[in-house]
Design a protein around this ligand. Structure first.
Ligand SMILES: Cc1cc2nc3c(=O)[nH]c(=O)nc-3n(C[C@H](O)[C@H](O)[C@H](O)COP(=O)(O)OP(=O)(O)OC[C@H]3O[C@@H](n4cnc5c(N)ncnc54)[C@H](O)[C@@H]3O)c2cc1C
Length: 455
């Protein structure tokens, strides 16, 4: 397959690349972490044979901490607000580094309900949002239609959500790739942090097969093509595909599940431009639908949430589009904006979101079996204290519905971890939170074998 860098070069079989940081997975999360690491002066290798082709390819790009608030997810709200606060600086720095615009738009989001029950549901949600200090203001239908004249006059309610914005995920990925291929951190000189042998100084167009261990620490990545990337730190950011990697600590349980989403891209004819000026998030008879305008005059309509057999992942995380999903999206979007019927359908895409049981990411360093208190050292470990994490390993997956929004925060948190700093605010997202307590003897033995096998 031709990769996103326009070539198919893999490191020669058996060859070894060396980087400060190896990132497995080139979605929005992996690329964002890689760019932040590069900005800190580190050399970075992003390993992916199909970068940008996973969930990140389908994302609508809503940066919506307020609309995405769900009951009993206050810890996630704190992370979403942290990310939202980082977005203006992240987008500006990235645009400057890449000399490209990531399509970051700060127009407010409009929440609309189709009928009286939808109105009640949105007002109930508003009460929760307000209780959490968030701003959501009701608008009259007349005011809403003054802002968005193509909204149906039949809608039951409209609410203004000023803090929810958007970015174009495909442009964002292009910017991140451009920035990663550009000069390194200030003071390191042009391409000062480039990885010799990597495409553009950072990309390794190959599939990771497993972690490489040395002396009880993760020391890099084995590649499907037979090569190796040696790195002081390895970040596992390959979305739903973590289970494919050998050499992951055996006590570490990462309960990821695919939650498929269908999403449509449509061209707006010139006489209907702009269809909407800001993101419209609706509830239509209890079912969510959104219309997101892009700077290029197209709109994105999404997104269903399916956990059915249809669209089961293939290797790149893509899946089959559901006919019922497409029907539902077009039907409900037309209830809110009838002119949707006049648009040209350009693309139907389906991808799986990496879901977790608590809808929150798995982000951080990995504690040895037994957890922080009274933990046993990792088998083979030589010198670290019992409760210190597995050396050289960071996990960053499970971003579910929020990976685009959370990208700047995930990148900043990983950079802190690389610098040896752990912020206790993010402890609730530690990747070990679903893992069993102490390893059974057999498991410890298996971990030892695993460590040996992959070294
Ligand atoms: C329809 C839809 C709409 C969405 N809308 C939004 C939205 O509006 N806002 C928002 O914030 N989020 C949204 N999301 C969620 C968001 O897309 C994800 O949370 C985010 O893209 C996850 O990024 P990622 O980098 O972790 O995973 P991915 O984008 O899936 O990237 C994983 C990468 O890992 C690579 N990989 C897999 N295995 C290996 C291996 N062994 N070796 C090397 N590479 C490997 C894959 O090729 C892929 O490129 C949406 C998701 C979907 C499906």
């Amino acid at each position: 397959m031709l990769n996103a860098h326009g070539d198919t070069r893999r490191p020669a079989p058996g060859s070894t690349l060396t980087a400060d940081v190896a990132v497995i997975g080139g979605g929005i999360i992996g690329h964002s972490i890689a760019w932040e690491a590069k900005r800190s002066g580190r050399s970075v290798a992003v390993i992916d044979d199909a970068p940008g082709s996973g969930a990140s390819w389908a994302a609508a790009g809503m940066l919506a901490p307020v609309s995405e608030l769900h009951y009993q997810e206050e810890e996630l709200l704190e992370l979403m607000l942290e990310a939202s606060g980082r977005w203006p600086g992240f987008a500006a720095d990235l645009a400057a580094a890449a000399a490209l615009d990531p399509g970051y738009i700060t127009t407010p989001t409009l929440a609309v309900g189709a009928d009286a029950a939808d109105r009640r549901a949105l007002l109930d949600l508003r009460a929760v949002q307000q209780a959490n200090g968030l701003t959501v203001e009701p608008l009259t239908i007349r005011d809403a239609r003054r802002r968005e004249p193509l909204l149906s006059p039949g809608i039951a309610c409209a609410l203004d959500t000023p803090a929810d914005h958007q970015v174009d995920p495909r442009l964002l990925l292009a910017c991140l790739r451009q920035a990663l291929a550009g000069p390194g951190a200030a003071g390191t000189g042009s391409r000062g942090s480039a990885v010799p042998g990597a495409v553009g100084g950072y990309a390794v167009p190959d599939r990771a097969t497993g972690l490489l261990w040395q002396d009880g620490a993760v020391a890099g990545v084995h590649l499907a093509g037979g090569g190796t990337v040696l790195a002081r730190e390895t970040v596992v950011a390959n979305g739903l595909h973590v289970a494919e990697l050998t050499g992951m600590p055996l006590h570490l349980h990462l309960p990821l599940r695919p939650v498929h989403g269908d999403i449509l891209r449509l061209a707006v004819p010139s006489h209907l431009q702009p269809l909407v000026t800001s993101t419209v998030r609706g509830l239509v008879r209890g079912v969510p639908v959104y219309i997101v305008p892009r700077q290029d005059g197209t709109v994105v309509i999404g997104a269903t949430q399916r956990e059915d057999a249809l669209g089961r992942n293939n290797g790149s995380g893509s899946g089959a589009v559901s006919a019922g999903g497409v029907y539902q999206l077009l039907r409900d979007a037309q209830v809110l904006v009838p002119a949707v019927a006049e648009l040209e359908l350009l693309e139907c895409t389906s991808r799986a979101r990496p879901g977790t049981p608590d809808n929150a990411p798995l982000l951080g360093r990995v504690r040895p079996a037994g957890g922080p208190a009274g933990a046993q050292p990792h088998p083979g470990r030589r010198s670290a204290a019992a409760s210190s994490p597995v050396e050289g390993l960071i996990v960053a997956t499970g971003f579910f519905r929020h990976g685009v929004l959370l990208a700047p925060a995930a990148a900043a948190i990983c950079r802190e971890l690389l610098d040896g700093v752990e912020d206790s605010r993010w402890a609730p997202f530690n990747p070990c939170r679903f893992s069993a307590a102490p390893a059974r003897p057999a498991e410890a033995a298996a971990t030892r074998m695993n460590t040996k096998e992959t070294a």
